[in-house]
Ligand binder design. Structure first.
Ligand code: GUN
Length: 291
């Protein structure tokens, strides 16, 4: 079993971006992060995004509107950022408080600054295999992780567990694309799928993005499969200072020995998401700087 080291691969990508940004004279790329409320996971993700931006030389700004912000006020805030010539990328951290319509907020972000890739136009471009858009960071990070660990998906059966807008749907479309490294046969499973283990056992590459701690057990995995664990779940653990531990969507101790390759949690997909956000921000900067 080979452990795919997301930290190492993300570090390599970050070093490449840092070298590229160092060549920019004048204004540096600017990423604006919007976080509404104090979801503990979001607080930690946004911190990590700011820290990585600083490491690369990307300017980051953080906006923390009150949790009571209305939809109209959040739209107005996004409109302001869309019109601000010093802002290249805009990210509204998910999840948003329940009273806000998250998809409507994603739609409001200008497609040219949508480094999250959740806007309708950018999601459509993934379906159309048009490289001028932005691919959402976690799916793009998974593709990069697979490519840089020497996995070609061509002809492989990729089974995606989960149909979210953030991971499940876009990763299925990316794996399906008719291009080098992709060309997979793709099955998407979800909470309504009947006889799930029979399907997941067919996977050459299993992508677990269902958001349930340790959901994938050994009986659901074909020996020799590649397993990508997208889950980052906080489960209570009294032995930890924080009171919780992080676990993926895969029961790692029993599944890992079966696999050809597997990503750990933490240290697998997570760091790649942040690295791809930076890559998208640099891309947004180039696109906006182009005449
Ligand atoms: N929440 C979990 N993943 C993501 C992501 O990739 N982008 C945003 N904006 N929120 C998230």
């Amino acid at each position: 079993m080979h452990l795919i080291d997301g930290n190492q691969i993300a570090t390599a990508l970050i070093a490449e971006l840092k070298a590229e940004v160092a060549t920019f004279t004048g204004r540096k790329p600017c990423l604006t992060l919007v976080r509404v409320g104090d979801d503990p996971a979001s607080v930690s993700y946004v911190k990590k995004k700011e820290k990585t931006a600083a490491e690369i030389g990307v300017t980051s700004r953080i906006i923390l509107p009150p949790v009571t912000i209305t939809q109209a006020e959040l739209f107005a805030l996004i409109d302001g950022l869309n019109a601000d010539p010093t802002v290249d990328g805009i990210l509204v951290q998910s999840p948003l408080p329940k009273h806000l319509d998250e998809v409507a907020v994603f739609r409001r972000v200008s497609p040219a600054k949508d480094v999250d890739g959740f806007n309708t136009l950018n999601l459509g471009k993934v379906a159309q295999e048009d490289d001028t858009g932005f691919v959402s960071c976690t799916p793009a990070g998974i593709m990069e992780l697979l490519a840089r660990s020497g996995t070609d998906l061509k002809g492989k059966h990729v089974v995606v567990l989960g149909r979210s807008l953030i991971v499940g749907k876009p990763i299925a479309l990316l794996a399906l694309q008719k291009r080098a490294g992709a060309n997979a046969t793709v099955t998407i499973c979800h909470s309504g799928t009947t006889n799930l283990p029979a399907l997941t056992r067919q996977a050459d590459v299993l992508i677990a993005a269902i958001g349930r701690p340790e959901f994938v057990t050994a009986d659901m995995v074909k020996p020799g499969a590649i397993v990508i664990d997208v889950g980052i779940n906080r489960v209570p653990d009294a032995t930890k200072k924080t009171g919780y531990r992080l676990t993926g969507d895969v029961h790692f101790p029993t599944v890992a020995p079966l696999c050809a390759m597997i990503t750990p949690v933490p240290g697998g997909v997570g760091p790649m998401t942040v690295a791809l956000l930076m890559k998208n921000t640099v891309k947004a900067f180039h696109l906006r700087a182009a005449p």
